[in-house]
Write a protein that binds this ligand. Sequence first.
Ligand code: BES
Ligand code: MN
Ligand code: ZN
Length: 489
Amino acid sequence: MFTVRKDWKVDQTIILGLFSDNFTEVFEEISDLNGFNLKPYIESGSISTGPRQVERLLLSSDGEFRRVYFFGLGSSEDLTRDEYKRIMGYAFQTLQKDGVQNPALVLDSFIPKGWDVQETASLIGEVMLTSTYVLPSFKTGAQKEKEEQRLTVLTSEEPETIQTALEKGSAYADGVNTGRYLVHLPANVLTPSELAEFARTMAEDYDFTYKVLEKQDMEELGMGALLAVNQGSVEPPKMIVMKYQGLEDWSDVTALVGKGITYDTGGYSIKTKTGMPGMKGDMGGAAAVLGAMETIGQLKPKKNVIAVIPSSDNMISGEAFKPDDVITSMSGKTIEVLNTDAEGRLALADGVTYAQKEGADRVIDVATLTGGVVTALGSWMTGAMTNDQAFYHAVEQSGQTVGEPIWLLPYNEDYKAQVRKSDIADLNNSPTRKAHAIMGGAFVGAFVENVPWVHLDIAGTSTSEGAYELGPKGPTGVMAKTLAHYVIQ
Ligand code: BES
Ligand code: MN
Ligand code: ZN
């Protein structure tokens, strides 16, 4: 996918970046590219260096010609990683629209002043693949096989180090795109069984330990919470379990638990006709976890991870669970069901319990859990809760680094008390509309036994309303990078 070279003799389309503040230094070296003199163009000052300004040139010399793109990058002063990535996304989308294949990118011209070259190369590798990602389409005649994207990188650095950096970026991008792909698939295609198949293939590719708990296993283990959610469905539930062991021993284990509700009708507490479309994406947490595992599988850190994905759809039938039902979770805790639409926390309860039984030393759960978090934070930040500030801080830092901002919601005794209010059982699954994003997290938290825990509610961030510079409209693959980064760093 990447070819990295030191010599700049190419017969390809050439891509150059122009910062407003440092371009002359860089271009001294490359001004005479294969005898195609770029110097006058650059020195003329007539090529804009403003961010997202694109200049296309066709140069000829001795009967040969080169296509050259100048991408304006603005000033490298005060440039944030996020803005840099968006500008680069715009550049790659421009090349995609123009149908340019395997262009030669002059890396030195794209490094903002003072930035680490390898780190910047990683960002470029990541953005090339995330910004131009095409979601699968069911339109007749839609292209089924995707062409491999190729990029040649011309550098004055050691090619191997740049190659490694680019591949690190593409590993993160593959995680994001896996997440997007899964969220995009409709629920009649991506059933819990298909999700499990997808995970199995991934486990084979990366040599993860793979196990899926079937309905009968769940019955034996007493996973009454996940089973209750599945009760009205003709699709069997799956508890997908993958282990990646990068350490000698199975210790110091991070558990990633992702909500895998392949469709959420709300059950008998049914959603409205406008509230239901989009609920194919209710396995966004599972998608984030699988995305992170994709990245982890490629980068192979010396860390231990267990991925746990409780999966079912939430349907209605004569056999479905109902409000007022009392169910018993795997932990032994009983739950009064007040709302069958608060199904994600039920699935997660058994997922979190199972992860701890498998030796998790810390747990991150990730879920499209509540409309409440969308009201609170919109689509700009992922809502979080925690029982351990230091652990939260590390996860939040990872989010910042990879460009997936996270905001902490409160979690104290008053909130914890709400989910314990029941005349008939240990817990109730839907105390009140008040602070209901927090109620969702607090319910999951009730199943965490003395291990550091972070809860990530991605109901608002898992999909985007419009296309943007880092990807298509729709699924964002959010938290795949954050989870992977937390594990790897
Ligand atoms: N899957 C939904 C949450 C959701 C809402 C995800 C919007 C994405 C976009 C979840 O299962 C749900 O229905 N939550 C309820 C909880 C309520 C019944 C306590 C909600 O948020 O309204
Ligand atoms: Mn629901
Ligand atoms: Zn749901």
